[in-house]
Every structure is written in structure tokens, then in C-alpha cells.
Ligand binder design. Structure first.
Ligand SMILES: [Zn+2]
Length: 79
């Protein structure tokens, strides 16, 4: 089982994003973010979303990822 993030709510949100065509890149050890999610059109005008390692409220952080995936219309615009 792929594991992207130590927090299970956030990990599930990342898996949800990936199943919708997003890409997750883990940041380096010194970066202040844990990783970055890029939508399917991450090249120029696509969305990107910072994922934090230890957000104060992990559930809220996960919710924001779900919302971001839902709100992304890049693929529709490019079609
Ligand atoms: Zn997008």
C-alpha cells in the first residue's frame, strides 16, 4: 500500500487526489512544506497545493485537499 503521508486523513486525501490525476511530490528534508500536489495540468497554469507535515488540524488540511481537487477545472478547460 502506498503511503504518502504519516497522517491517515491527509494520506487518504493525497490518494484521492492521485486517483483524480494529480501528482504528489515529496519535498526535501529542509523544505518547510511536506510535499506539493500538482493537478493534471501542473505545467504552466495548473493548480498546486502545499501539503504540510504537521498541520494543527489534520482533518481541515485533508478537507482542503479534497476541495482543491473538486474545484480544479483545468482538464475541462484544456479539453
Ligand atoms: Zn487544476
Amino acid at each position: 500500500m502506498a503511503k504518502y503521508h504519516p497522517n491517515k486523513e491527509i494520506n487518504a486525501a493525497i490518494e484521492h487526489a492521485i486517483s483524480n490525476g494529480w501528482r504528489f511530490e515529496k519535498a526535501g528534508p529542509r523544505a518547510h512544506v511536506y510535499g506539493v500536489l500538482y493537478c493534471a495540468l501542473a505545467n504552466r497554469s495548473g493548480c498546486r497545493h502545499n501539503v504540510h507535515g504537521t498541520p494543527r488540524v489534520p482533518e481541515d488540511h485533508a478537507d482542503r485537499i479534497y476541495k482543491r481537487v473538486k474545484d480544479c477545472t483545468c482538464q475541462e478547460r484544456s479539453a
